[in-house]
Design a protein around this ligand. Structure first.
Ligand code: NDP
Length: 246
């Protein structure tokens, strides 16, 4: 039987590429989408036409009870989750001066609490079965900070603290926990930025002079999920065209 992967936010730019890559690698793929997403059925149909039989579950990843319910339903439908990709995320950019509690909480809950919410119901099972992969999609801006992103940078940096701490706890149990920190990738989160800002402020920061491709990040996810990556845990892997070298 195929191993099962759950990708949160799989209908977004990076998430879709990750779902496709994992399916091409032979995994059964489930994804979540926001309960208000009216395009979910159309996306599933489009994917089916391309030969991908994904299963999709409405779930606000910021809501712990919803996450428990969602994972329980996936396990009933597909079996235990072997690979969890915590990919769902949002931005609400504003300077700290303008940052209100609502936009702080929204970003922390969606980007960081969600990692706890989704990992909690899958981790024990991975440990019991002696195999698992938890892959957290963070951001270069969690590594270096970014103007107007105190909320997002804090949440994304927090994801890696979580990865390292949990990696210690499950290291002897066949479960790895890693963070991927993408730079600017050409998804709608980035192409929504005004073209002049992209051309004059963002691309000049990237030595490769281009945005990353979702497929490039998906390839890294597939590697971390593979047998060959069994010795790799607690890492924060940058994939950013040289924008932030460590
Ligand atoms: P998108 O906006 O295209 O996708 C984000 C996904 O998150 C959507 O599928 C969305 O689902 C889902 N999502 C958001 N809020 C919730 C919620 N409360 N509950 C469930 N799902 C939710 O962004 P990207 O694909 O570009 O980004 C994916 C991840 O990669 C994010 O974590 C982002 O921070 C990170 N990242 C992206 C970079 C980039 O350059 N694009 C760079 C670095 C990191 P729905 O549409 O159903 O609401």
């Amino acid at each position: 039987m195929s191993r099962v992967t759950l990708v949160t936010g799989g209908m977004g730019g990076l998430g879709e590429a990750i779902c496709i890559k994992m399916a091409n690698m032979g995994y059964a793929v489930a994804t979540t989408y926001s309960p208000g997403n009216t395009k979910a059925e159309a996306w599933l149909t489009e994917m089916k036409e391309k030969g991908y039989n994904f299963r999709a579950y409405p779930c606000d990843v910021a809501d712990y009870d919803a996450a428990l319910e969602c994972v329980s339903q996936i396990v009933k439908d597909m079996g235990p989750i072997d690979v969890l990709v915590n990919n769902a995320g949002i931005t609400r950019d504003m300077t700290f001066k303008k940052m209100d509690k609502l936009n702080w909480d929204l970003v922390m809950q969606t980007n960081l609490d969600s990692v706890f919410n989704m990992t909690k119901p899958v981790c024990d099972g991975m440990v019991e079965r002696g195999w698992g992969r938890i892959i957290n999609i963070s951001s270069v801006n969690g590594q270096k900070g970014a103007f107007g992103q105190t909320n997002y940078s804090a949440a994304k940096a927090g994801m890696h603290g979580f990865s390292k701490a949990l990696a210690y706890e499950v290291a002897r149990k066949g479960v790895t926990v890693n963070t991927i920190s993408p730079g600017y990738i050409g998804t709608k989160m980035v192409t929504a930025i005004a073209p002049e800002v992209l051309e004059t402020k963002i691309l000049p920061q990237i030595p490769m002079g281009r945005l990353g491709k979702p497929e490039e990040v998906a390839g890294l996810v597939a590697y971390l999920a593979s047998e060959e990556a069994a010795f790799l845990t607690g890492a924060n892997i940058a994939i950013n065209g040289g924008q932030h070298m460590q």
